[in-house]
Design a protein around this ligand. Structure first.
Ligand code: DNO
Length: 399
């Protein structure tokens, strides 16, 4: 029986230097994409959804997962235009459902999506990886942003290392660190300045984790009935990295957090994007165990590994290497999928995508990809390895 998970690649839309034709050649059958051109908070026009879907189909691929319909800062903070944005979110879900696109990824990370400090960390094999160094991030926080109260967020040893690093950096190095940190918003460049970031952070002054979770509950209560009515499943993406940054609360970092999110509105339409790269940046997350325990609510899958080194540093490893056990994760996902199939669930089929990949081979000489981590060849390597892993496991386990 062929019970493999479907394979997808992320695609950043018509402006992505990685074309649909190239994605087709990787053997993926689907894409995860978004209408990146629509500003956060606005409703997605039905015609644009349909024409993007049809363009993808014309390339021989399926738009199976929307990544993402972003949740605006107004909704996360329940300020300003949030009611209009909620109405627009419902409209977008309705239109996606009507267009037959039924999984929607989103995240509830305040202000920043993911954070890294090095976008071109050279590994011994000559490839380049994304890396997070807490000392460099602390230098950004303490000395560039000069955020009041920043000291409390970094351990003394990290603060000391941050000072040494910052003092040794020339002005150009400092500018580069600041620019890169501000720019790291996947899919969109918000063009933020340090002052712009300070203003955004200020909106969270009165929002702690409990309050943010309540805002998430109110968001879910407002949109899941529409999702359910339209046959759309929502999939929250975990925090990346899975711990508080810049004094902002993070509420989707651990298994207990994931369970709490599912309990906020206890319906299958309220589900998870299971991202091993994000969750794996905490060594205390039991990745295969999360699939075994929360599997039925997983609606989208991102597979990637991180390698932890010393002092809280981690970098993105090859997909089957690093600090996590990818075979155990794929095994758990295949079992989850098999049990869905035998229970005749309509949504039994999972779709995975390799998340990020190293910059390697010819891609090293090309302009940077649409989004750091998303050059083609490294992801192709990841996908090919994951394909072999799934096929081998599914044959030997007779799934
Ligand atoms: C990074 C991605 C995230 C993800 C968003 C979902 O590569 O996994 O940017 O798309 O957090 O909203």
């Amino acid at each position: 029986m062929n019970n493999l998970m479907h394979e997808a690649m992320r695609w950043f839309g018509p402006g992505d230097s990685v074309t649909l034709a190239a994605i087709r050649q990787t053997g993926a059958t689907a894409v995860f994409t978004s209408l990146h051109e629509i500003p956060y908070g606005e409703a997605w026009p039905a015609e644009l959804i349909a024409s993007r879907r049809d363009g993808i189909a014309a390339a021989g691929l399926t738009w199976s997962v929307v990544e993402s319909v972003p949740v605006s800062e107004a909704i996360k903070t329940r300020t300003g235009d949030f009611e209009r944005h909620l109405e627009n979110y419902r409209l977008t879900l309705q239109r996606l459902g009507a267009a037959g696109i039924d999984v929607v990824v989103y995240n509830f990370m305040p202000v920043l999506d993911w954070v890294r400090t090095d976008l071109r960390h050279r590994l011994p094999d000559g490839t380049e990886a994304l890396l997070y160094d807490p000392a460099k991030f602390a230098a950004f926080d303490l000395f560039a942003l000069a955020r009041p109260g920043a000291e409390a967020g970094h351990a003394p040893a990290v603060r000391a290392a941050a000072k040494i690093y910052w003092d040794a950096l020339a002005a150009t190095g400092r500018d580069a660190l600041v620019q890169q940190t501000l720019d790291l918003f996947p899919g969109v460049r918000l063009g933020l300045s340090l002052d712009g970031l300070r203003t955004m952070l200020a909106r969270y002054a009165a929002i702690d984790a409990a309050r943010l979770r309540e805002n998430l509950r109110l968001f879910l209560a407002a949109v899941t009935p529409t999702a359910e009515a339209e046959g759309v499943r929502l999939a929250i993406h975990p925090d990346d990295p899975p711990f508080p940054v810049l004094g902002l609360p993070r509420i989707v970092s651990t298994e207990a957090d994931l369970r709490a999110v599912l309990d906020l509105v206890d319906t299958p339409a309220n589900g998870l994007c299971y991202c091993t790269g994000s969750l794996g940046a905490r060594l205390d997350n039991d990745l295969p165990g999360i699939v075994r325990r929360l599997g039925p609510r997983i609606h989208a899958v991102h597979l990637r590994s991180v390698q932890h080194t010393t002092d809280g540093v981690f970098y993105e490893a090859n997909h089957l290497e690093g600090s996590m056990d990818m075979p155990a994760v794929v095994h758990a996902l295949l079992s989850e999928q098999a049990s869905r199939r035998t229970s005749a669930r309509a949504d039994w089929q999972l779709t995975l995508r390799p998340d990020h990949g190293h910059t390697m081979l010819d891609d090293l000489a090309k302009p940077p990809p649409a989004c750091p981590g998303y050059s083609l060849i490294g992801r192709l390597r990841g996908l090919a390895e994951l394909r072999g892993l799934q096929l081998g496991l599914s044959r030997s386990l007779s799934y």
